[in-house]
Design a protein around this ligand. Structure first.
Ligand code: COA
Length: 216
């Protein structure tokens, strides 16, 4: 059963996301938030908990490409209320693990790989490297108040399904636990969702993105 995402959770998650990517922090926009992402293909993102009147007003008034609207619900809930120029992006999921993840303490790094850590003012980055110095997997965690936000977890294609992401997430979880943070949140892709469900996470809500991809 999906939950309604509170403004508090949304703001903390988006703050963690912005910190993880060294972007400006989110600012309030009506009932949602805005992040000035500044990429050519993602100038700005507006993130809302619900497709309310303010969200729908943005969908009506924006005609500029590469401004993303994101909302914690499924597309069917609002697709008939927005102009046709908006294009649905691959489905995302807000996921949570409100307690310990289901990863045994005995989980270990497969032979031939090494773990590296980098610590930034607001983000911890873990990397798994191969013997030849190639990056096999990477991921980040950011702590915002009482929640840990995981971001950009990736295992390179040729190293997938060897347990690398599982090991990496376990190391990131240890960082959160060392700061007495037990509530974990992230936005998952379809592929990520399968990984996190295997690790004891649950879908908290849909996370749907729409954008106008080119000049109309
Ligand atoms: C998702 C991703 C990080 C998984 O990395 P990984 O190192 O292959 O994951 P693990 O080997 O630790 O997988 C552990 C378990 O998760 C589940 N799982 C992971 N990837 C899966 C997939 N593509 N399909 C189904 N189940 C999957 C399985 O239960 C797996 O155990 P098994 O291999 O014994 O069946 C990797 O596929 C990836 O980088 N994808 C592209 C980027 C992406 O989507 N990142 C997630 C952002 S939220």
């Amino acid at each position: 059963m999906h939950k309604k995402v509170s403004i508090e959770i949304l703001e903390k998650w988006l703050t963690g996301w912005s910190l993880s990517r060294a972007l400006p922090l989110p600012t309030s926009h009506k009932t949602g938030f805005k992040v000035n992402v500044g990429d050519e293909k993602q100038k700005m993102r507006y993130v809302f908990s619900e497709p309310d009147a303010f969200f729908l007003h943005l969908a009506e008034s924006i005609d500029e490409p590469w401004v993303f609207l994101k909302v914690c619900t499924c597309f069917d809930d609002f697709k008939d209320k927005i102009p046709d120029r908006w294009i649905l992006q691959p489905q995302g999921y807000m996921m949570s693990c409100l307690g310990l993840m289901k990863i045994p303490d005995t989980v270990c790094l497969p032979r031939g790989y090494t773990l590296e850590f980098e610590s930034y003012p607001s983000a911890f980055v873990a990397k798994i490297m191969t013997k030849t110095g190639e990056q096999a997997a990477i991921g980040r965690v950011v702590i915002v108040d009482d929640i840990a936000i995981y971001d950009r977890i990736l295992t390179e294609k040729e190293y997938q399904r060897k347990g690398l992401a599982t090991f990496l997430i376990k190391q990131l979880e240890k960082i959160a636990l060392s700061k007495k943070v037990f509530k974990n949140f992230l936005i998952a892709t379809e592929e990520g969702k399968m990984l996190y469900e295997a690790l004891g996470w649950e879908v908290y809500s849909f996370y749907t993105s729409i954008v106008i991809p080119s000049k109309i």
